[in-house]
Design a protein around this ligand. Structure first.
Ligand code: PMT
Length: 400
């Protein structure tokens, strides 16, 4: 996403400047070409040399002392940018931008650029809550500026409250979103991910090897593309994607309830979760004791959530299922596609190397209701997720 992209990182004066160093490191690691502009005040906190060393590019600080070529510096930087980020952004720089004041290199560049501008404010809580600041932020938002909201915590000034610079990793995620075409804006997407756990007793359960990686990748991709995303997840060790509504569940019954509660409003539903087909008929109330050499568990069938969604499917809603198979991949997936009234099914042979459970890659075949089938090669789950969403959008556009 950042490869080959030019990012202008504006750094203004505040104790959080040290976090901008980490943000720069993350941007460079992600493949971006970063050019840093520091205000005079920012240079009081960290020297330009730090940013220069990490970016591999000269740091710009002066409006009238610019790049060696015969270019007008702020215009040249503004034109080169695919994205501008100001982090940390003081109340001062936000106030200037909101009021069209361009009196230094950073503000002139921001005014001149056609690239998206992402602002990560950091300031004292009372300044942040000040109605003048809030009006300035709202004004910039109306003009299309993006914000990575500050978080609450102990502030350097001694106060506690909202005003701490957002974590660099989260600013990076917002930057990724700013660089992504918003072709899913206005759409509501419901994704399920991870395994379910069916209790045997209070300390044991039946489950499977799903890590949640496939579903989380889909949720993240949809959110980056502008969708409002709800992720219903079984137990997973993964960090949930930024900006999605996370609903945590354990059992198939809980997943069923959580999904049905939210499905009516969803434009697109993708069911990547590995739901247990059976649960223990009567889970023990206390930890079961080791008695006989053999133990029989009686299982009863869980509701099929996807089949239920297929039954309830609203007009225009796109329903995508997954099929985890170890044999007869295409034939089994086609049966599920028809039986559950799906628009599309993503079939993966979970016994193939690099595919299925708990790996970062997958190999899938995508089957449509009209009989079409497309095979994707071994790809990262992020790439598979984008591929699925591309096809869902095409399907919607075709009005099928
Ligand atoms: O989470 P990862 O480690 O990244 O692994 C990814 C994955 C292998 C879990 C994923 O790629 C995948 O294949 N998910 C579907 C797993 C599964 O349960 O497949 P299935 O063929 O048993 O079920 C078919 C479909 O019905 C699935 O969309 C499933 O969510 C749904 N289902 C199944 C049973 C049930 N009771 N309710 C359901 O909704």
């Amino acid at each position: 996403m950042f490869k080959g992209k030019t990012v202008i990182l504006g750094v203004t004066g505040g104790i959080a400047v040290y976090k901008a160093v980490e943000l720069l490191r993350l941007l460079v690691k992600a493949g971006a070409q970063v050019h840093v502009i520091m205000t005079k005040a920012a240079c009081e906190f960290v020297t330009p040399l730090t940013f220069q060393t990490l970016s591999g590019n000269p740091v710009h600080t002066e409006l009238f002392n610019l790049i060696t070529e015969q270019e007008i510096g702020h215009i040249s930087l503004a034109d080169r940018a695919d994205l501008c980020i100001i982090a940390p952004a003081t109340a001062n720089v936000i106030g200037k931008l909101a009021n069209g004041i361009a009196d230094d290199l950073l503000t002139t560049t921001m005014m001149a650029t056609k690239a998206p501008v992402l602002i990560a404010p950091a300031m004292n809580v009372n300044m942040y809550e000040n109605s003048i600041y809030q009006e300035n932020e709202a004004r910039l938002q109306r003009h299309g500026y993006l914000f990575a909201a500050p978080v609450s915590g102990f502030l350097a000034c001694g106060w506690e409250g909202k005003g701490k610079l957002q974590e660099p990793a989260l600013i990076l995620e917002e930057a990724a979103r700013a660089l992504t075409p918003q072709d899913m804006a206005g759409l509501s997407v419901l994704v399920t991910a991870g395994p379910t756990r069916e209790a045997i007793d209070p300390v044991r359960y039946i489950s499977n090897h799903s890590s949640g990686k496939m579903g989380y990748a889909i949720a993240r991709a949809a959110r980056l593309r502008g969708a409002a995303v709800t992720l219903v997840s079984g137990p997973s060790a993964l960090t949930p994607p930024v900006g999605v509504e996370l609903v945590e569940v354990e059992s198939a019954a809980q997943m069923l309830a959580a999904v049905l509660e939210r499905s009516a409003g969803a434009d697109i539903i993708v069911k990547a979760a590995a739901v247990a087909d059976y649960r223990v008929a009567e889970p023990a109330g206390q930890k079961m004791k080791k008695k006989s050499d053999e133990l029989q568990l009686s299982l009863v069938k869980n509701a099929d959530i996807l089949a239920e969604l297929g039954r309830l499917k609203g007009k225009g809603q796109v329903l995508v299922g997954f099929a985890a198979e170890t044999e007869n991949l295409q034939a089994n997936a086609a049966l599920k596609l028809a039986a559950k009234n799906l628009d599309m099914i993503v079939a993966n042979d979970v016994s193939a190397a690099g595919a299925g459970f708990n790996v970062d890659t997958n190999i899938v075949r995508i089957l449509w209701r009209d009989g079409r089938c497309e095979e994707l090669p071994l790809l990262t789950k992020e790439m598979i997720a984008s591929g699925i969403l591309d096809r869902v959008l095409l399907f919607r556009a075709s009005g099928s």
